[in-house]
Design a protein around this ligand. Structure first.
Ligand code: FMN
Length: 223
C-alpha cells in the first residue's frame, strides 16, 4: 500500500461509533495513541489543548454522575452552544439524525426511543474510556480551532490503532461535574468529550453512515 492509500484508508474509515465493547485498551496502546496525537499543529506551537482521559472506575463514576445530571435537567456549559441550525446546516443536521435513527430502527414519531438514544451519550455509548478536551480560561476561537485539530489527530490516531471513537458536544453539558470528578482546575474550560474503545460491530447504531456535501458547496478554487 502506498502512503496515500494508507492515509486515505484511515481517514475514510473513521466515523462516529455509538456502541462499544466493554474491553479496555492496553495501557501501552493508549500511550502510543496520545503520543501520536500530540503532533497536531497549533498557532505558534502553543498546544493549547489539555486532555483528561477517564478509564476504569473513574470512567464509571463519571458516567453515573453525568447520567444523573442530565436526568435532573442540570446544564452547566463553559461555552455557548447554538444547537439549532438554519438553512443548509439544518438540512445536514437532519440528514445525519435520519441516518442514525433509521439504522437503529427508530421512526420520527418515536420520541421516547429517540430520547433513550440521546441519553446513551451520557453513558459514553458503553465505551470503557472517555477523553475530555479542555483549554485554559480566556482562550477563544483560535485556540479552540487548535484543539479541534488535536481532536481530529487523536481520532485518526485511534483509528490507526483499531480504536473507534465518537466526539460529543453532549459531554460538555455538565462541565463542573467533569472538573469535579477528574480533579480539573477551575481555569480549564471544557470544549467537548470523545468516547472511545473497540467498536461493537453487532450493534445496529454502528451501521449508520453519513455522507458529505459535494465539494462545490464547501470549497472554492480561485485563480
Ligand atoms: C465537535 C463534535 C461534537 C459532536 N457531538 C456529538 C454528540 O454530542 N453526540 C453524537 O452522537 N455525535 C456527535 N458528533 C458526531 C457527529 O454527529 C458526526 O461527526 C457527524 O455526523 C459526521 O459523521 P461521522 O463522524 O460518522 O463521519 C459530534 C462531532 C463533532 C466533531
Amino acid at each position: 500500500m502506498s502512503e496515500l492509500d494508507v492515509f486515505s484508508s484511515i481517514v475514510r474509515s473513521r466515523r462516529s461509533v455509538r456502541a462499544f465493547e466493554n474491553r479496555e485498551i492496553p495501557e501501552d496502546v493508549l500511550g502510543e495513541i496520545f503520543e501520536l496525537a500530540q503532533t497536531a499543529p497549533s498557532n505558534c506551537n502553543t498546544q493549547p489543548w489539555f486532555a483528561y482521559v477517564a478509564s476504569g472506575d473513574a470512567c464509571v463514576r463519571l458516567r453515573d454522575a453525568l447520567y444523573t445530571s442530565v436526568l435532573g435537567g442540570e446544564f452547566d456549559m463553559d461555552f455557548p452552544y447554538l444547537g439549532k441550525y438554519e438553512g443548509v446546516y439544518k438540512e445536514r443536521q437532519y440528514d445525519a439524525a435520519a441516518q442514525l435513527y433509521s439504522a437503529m430502527g427508530i421512526a420520527r414519531e418515536e420520541k421516547d426511543k429517540r430520547n433513550a438514544a440521546f441519553l446513551r451519550n451520557f453513558e459514553f455509548f458503553g465505551a470503557p474510556h472517555v477523553v475530555f478536551l479542555f483549554m485554559r480560561e480566556g482562550f477563544e476561537v483560535r485556540e479552540a480551532a487548535d484543539v479541534g485539530m488535536y481532536a481530529q489527530n487523536l481520532m485518526l490516531s485511534m483509528q490507526a490503532h483499531g480504536v473507534a471513537s465518537c466526539p460529543q458536544t453532549a459531554l460538555s453539558f455538565h462541565a463542573g461535574k467533569v472538573r469535579e470528578h477528574l480533579d480539573v482546575p477551575e481555569n480549564q474550560k471544557l470544549l467537548f468529550g470523545i468516547s472511545f474503545g473497540y467498536e461493537d460491530v453487532n450493534d445496529p447504531a454502528n451501521d449508520a453512515r453519513v455522507g458529505r456535501a459535494p465539494l462545490a458547496q464547501t470549497v472554492k478554487f480561485v485563480r
